[in-house]
Design a binder for this molecule. Structure first.
Ligand code: PLP
Length: 350
């Protein structure tokens, strides 16, 4: 049973189909038929993404993954404000934390805000961290290990009332929550978490202050990121986004249903020997579960013939979860915790 959908998803058959039918010409080529065909296909895909997300087409920058989107946005904005102060949280994905840590080595001033014990980055905690010099904050929408949703509306109100630019890593939110992209100046997304292909991410950028490009070169993507556009990946990403919107209600119901089935299975088979670590303000498809008396790595290894799940983020699989530590969970609970992440297309079967 594949229950590691927060790590990645398998591609949707319709995604594979559109990827197989896109032209091979370089998007920037001109005059011949194959080039015109590709131009139309990619332009339609870009329009479809912008329409679904309700952002302007020129705000979209394709990257290679959300890690790149986060690097591009954070480095590309922070370095425009020498001497300023920046805020993030201690439970961001490593690609955000390590980017800020790198920027600190260059002399930038960063505050890392801790979540409360329920795993929420509260507006009050962010407000405490704000200084008159704060220019940019990066706070994730949904945590990839706990499934906890942060209150983006309140955070946006607070940060914008103080003229602080707001970035969110919405990788685990897209497809699962209705996202109002106008709350943010910058957003990072990834295709492979929503049944799209691996190897493509999106950075949604503000029209006012653009990040300095991470990849300089030719003039693709309005000079925001050089490199020949990956036709297949863009088509696949656009289709994955479209499907996540078309099927939004059905997918939500599927996730809720899958969660109920899982909880009922755990109740029947484990009784009091398990605990869901976070139950308030969580998305339905990510569950942080303590299996009492079982060391997580041994448990997953022993049960790998029936269960594919993880001990936490697949990017930091070898060390105990820093996210759960920051949420003040006991060391023993952390050692006994697995992350189960459910599909929104496939039904869970026991
Ligand atoms: N941000 C979050 C919250 C994630 O869960 C992940 C993936 O694990 C990433 C960023 C990185 O995404 P990508 O694999 O596209 O670089």
């Amino acid at each position: 049973m594949y229950l590691d959908n927060a790590a990645t998803t398998k591609m949707h058959p319709e995604v594979i189909e559109v990827m197989s039918n896109v032209g091979y010409a370089n998007y920037n080529a001109k005059y011949y038929e194959e080039a015109n065909k590709v131009h139309k296909q990619i332009d339609n895909a870009i329009t479809s993404i912008a329409t679904n997300l309700q952002v302007e087409e020129k705000q979209l920058v394709f990257t290679s993954c959300a890690s790149e989107s986060n690097n591009y946005i954070i480095k590309g904005i922070v370095t425009q404000f020498p001497g300023a102060h920046f805020i993030t949280s201690t439970i961001e994905h490593k690609c955000v934390l390590e980017t800020f840590k790198y920027l600190e080595t260059l002399g930038f001033d960063v505050t890392y805000v801790k979540p409360n014990n329920e795993g929420v980055i509260t507006s009050a905690a962010i407000e405490d961290a704000i200084t008159p010099n704060t220019k940019f904050a990066s706070i994730m929408y949904v945590n990839n290990e706990t499934g906890v949703i942060n209150d983006m509306e309140n955070l946006s109100k607070l940060l914008h009332s103080k003229d602080i630019l707001f970035h969110t890593d919405a990788v685990q939110a897209i497809g699962k929550l209705e996202i109002d992209y106008s709350l943010f100046d910058y957003v990072s997304l990834s295709a492979h978490k929503i049944y799209g292909p691996k190897g493509i991410g999106l950075a949604i950028i503000s029209n006012n202050i653009k990040p300095i490009p991470l990849i300089h070169g030719s003039e693709q993507q309005n000079n925001n990121r050089a490199g020949t556009l990956p036709n297949e990946l863009i088509m696949g990403f656009a289709k994955a986004i479209e499907l996540s919107y078309i099927n939004f209600e059905a997918n939500k119901a599927k996730m809720t249903d899958n969660r109920e089935k899982l909880v009922s299975f755990l109740d029947t088979n484990l009784g009091d020997n398990y605990k869901i670590n976070f139950t308030e303000d969580t998305i339905d498809n990510i569950l942080s579960i303590q299996i009492k008396g079982q060391i997580n790595q041994i448990f997953l290894n022993t049960n790998s013939d029936v269960l594919a799940a993880s001990t936490g983020s697949s990017c930091s699989i070898n060390s105990p979860s820093y996210v759960l530590k920051e949420c003040s969970l006991d060391e023993q609970v952390i050692r006994e915790t697995i992350r189960v992440s459910l599909s929104f297309y496939d039904e869970i079967e026991f």
